[in-house]
Design a protein around this ligand. Structure first.
Ligand SMILES: Cc1ncc(COP(=O)(O)O)c(C=O)c1O
Length: 381
């Protein structure tokens, strides 16, 4: 496969050599076998072997509630028409979300989940001469895309005390040649927020030619300000949303990138593919539900607060979280704790090298968290 001339010019401008074109062409034609990772793949590499069917899976930030009733109805209604590509459903999703976020509909591009645009943005805006700058601990998918492109990843510790992205340190460490500033808000794995004012500061102070990639995969679990308004103001910003988290559609695949059309054009040469009509109609129906976000935010918050206060009483106060996961210090190497929990058929999340004694725990149903507590007590005894 050879690359389109415009893409070749763009790559040369960004510091790629002709020698790397073959690798990029392979990437573009590889489709589903891209050497990248999403949450499930990252969660799975922490465990090997079969998972028992009655196991509690609180390792991949999934939503045990699944799709809402309206989404289920919309998806079953479209099934008989599954022989058609149904492009209209992709546009309908973009239009519905754009209207809710107050941006023009050409500022929204739908994808099959948000891992896809996350990787594309990193490939489009970082390069061997333009680094990716991330918080640490943070979601690793961008770093893996950067590695593939030969771009450096600069990891900047979260702030002490509030565990926000340290935007000033990110700009300083990134230097004038930074390409992408990745902010996950609230952050995966900590569930902590970066204040809106810090995101505005970053947009105003980042080096020319760079962009901010703001991942709002978990934003619905909080009432913090959303950033689409900054896109509407024309900032160098790509906001990502997914239907895998509060909307409970991880296996059905829907997500969007929200950005100025000229920024979206930069990720289009990497192809947007055909999108599954089930994911598209399910996502649109979920957006139209008037109750889903508030109800689920409350359910997750109640369960999270209950289990976090239980852990705090036992001397294991987790990092304060506003999301559907939290980090807890288990005072031993995280992977060995996780293996011991897995023997109790409770699968917790992974450990980040910067915090070797912490594991990430996803909020499951109250019944699942009861099994988590039982196993935690046994493993800690
Ligand atoms: C921070 C973050 N961004 C993006 C994603 C991508 O999810 P998906 O591709 O399912 O939309 C995830 C998944 O867990 C995530 O944690």
């Amino acid at each position: 496969m050879s690359l389109p001339t415009a893409l070749e010019h763009d790559l040369m401008k960004r510091g790629f050599t002709r020698r790397s074109f073959g690798r990029i062409a392979t990437l573009l034609s590889a489709g589903a076998t891209l050497p990248f990772y999403n949450e499930t793949a990252l969660a799975q590499i922490s465990y090997s072997g079969e998972v028992p069917s009655d196991a509690v899976m609180i390792n991949a930030n999934e939503n045990p509630l699944g799709p809402c009733r309206e989404a289920l109805e919309a998806m079953s209604n479209i099934l008989p028409r599954g022989g058609r590509y149904g492009f209209g459903e992709t546009f309908r999703l973009a239009e519905t979300l754009a209207a809710q976020e107050g941006v023009p509909s050409n500022h929204v591009q739908a994808f099959a989940g948000s891992s896809d645009p996350l990787h594309r943005v990193v490939l489009a805006f970082s390069s061997p001469s333009r680094a990716l700058v991330v918080g640490d601990p943070g979601y690793e998918a961008g770093e893996r895309a950067a590695n593939f492109a030969g771009a450096r990843t600069i990891k900047v510790p979260l702030t002490k005390g509030s565990y926000a992205h340290d935007v000033k340190a990110m700009v300083k460490e990134g230097g004038p040649a930074a390409g992408v500033f990745y902010i996950c808000n609230p952050n995966n794995p900590t569930g902590t927020l970066t204040p809106h004012a810090d995101i505005e500061w970053l947009l105003a102070n980042k080096p020319e030619g760079s962009i901010v990639l703001l991942d709002e995969a978990y934003i619905h679990f909080t009432t913090a300000p959303r950033a689409a308004g900054l896109v509407a103001k024309g900032k160098d910003l790509v906001v990502l949303r997914t239907f895998s988290k509060i909307y409970g559609m991880a296996g059905l695949r829907a997500g969007v990138a929200i950005a100025r059309p000229d920024l979206l054009d930069r990720i289009r040469p990497y192809g947007t593919g055909f999108l599954p009509v089930t994911g598209m109609v399910g996502a649109t129906a979920s957006l139209q539900s008037k109750t889903l976000v508030d109800e689920r935010r409350r359910i997750v918050k109640d369960t999270r607060e209950e289990v976090m206060s239980w852990l705090t009483k036992r001397g294991h106060a987790p990092v304060p979280s506003e999301s559907n996961c939290f980090m807890v210090d288990v005072r031993r190497p995280g992977p060995s704790f996780a293996q011991a929990m897995a023997r109790e058929k409770v699968y917790v999340g992974r450990t980040w090298p910067v915090w070797p004694n912490h594991v990430r725990v996803t909020i499951g149903t109250p019944a699942e968290m009861a099994r988590f507590k039982q196993a935690f007590e046994k493993v800690m005894a």
